[in-house]
Design a protein around this ligand. Structure first.
Ligand code: CA
Length: 223
């Protein structure tokens, strides 16, 4: 893997970089957002680890510009702990994942590997959380050993949640990913679909997996 790290805190950048190099990956570091954007456009990276607060150009603006230029390089954002707005905005701008600071480099490596698997499509026949599993090939969904029937839309919704376990996904994000259109706050299409999915995957099963995060959205996680 070739990874670009855009992080102005030199100690953090070096720490990440040595962790990734231990994996045998190639790492490029830069400390400014504008330099990061230039590098991301000049060279091919398998992923970008992107801090948000940066001199030159902040991380969210870099990400927005990257996606505007149709550059789809996977991005993991480094966010301030507890800043939900920042994370939601980052995911909506097209970030693939985020890590809240301070984080463990081991976890970052695992997230990067997961992105790699998603990109290449291997090792990815089954997505699962706790006793819930979804097979992308057979399109079977099971809770324990009980098979659950989902509509194609519910399946896509569950797949989206299983791709980001423990992440709060906003209605806007879900709407774009699953329905492919801009979220209209006047409609409750996302809420209705989530309730329906919850009835199918959570009713009569434990633990409860589909959580409502008030004012933000929904998350698939073990409570
Ligand atoms: Ca910073």
């Amino acid at each position: 893997m070739r990874i670009l790290i855009v992080e102005d805190e030199r100690k953090v950048a070096t720490l990440i970089s040595s962790g990734l190099e231990e994996q045998g990956w190639q790492v490029e570091i830069c400390h400014r957002g504008d330099d990061g954007l230039a590098l991301a456009n000049e060279q091919n990276f398998d992923a970008i680890v992107l801090d948000i607060m940066l001199p030159g150009r902040d991380g969210l603006s870099l990400l927005r510009q990257l996606r505007r230029q149709r550059n789809a390089t996977p991005v993991i954002l480094l966010t301030a702990r507890g800043d939900v707005d920042e994370r939601v905005e980052g995911l909506e701008l097209g970030a693939d994942d985020y890590m809240a600071k301070p984080f463990s480099v081991v976890e970052l490596v695992a997230r990067l590997r997961a992105i790699r698997r998603r990109q290449s499509g291997d090792g990815l026949t089954t997505l699962s959380l706790a006793n819930l599993s979804l097979n992308l090939h057979t399109r079977r969904v099971r809770r324990d050993d009980v098979e659950i029937e989902l509509t194609p839309r519910e399946f896509a919704l569950l797949e989206t949640f299983l791709n980001s376990p423990d992440r709060v996904l906003s209605r806007t994000y879900l709407c774009q990913r699953v329905w492919g259109f801009q979220f209209d706050p006047e409609t409750n299409v996302v809420d209705v679909a989530v309730q329906r999915l919850r009835r199918k995957i959570d009713h009569n099963f434990t633990p409860r997996l589909l959580q409502t995060v008030r004012g933000v959205g929904y998350a698939l996680s073990v409570e």
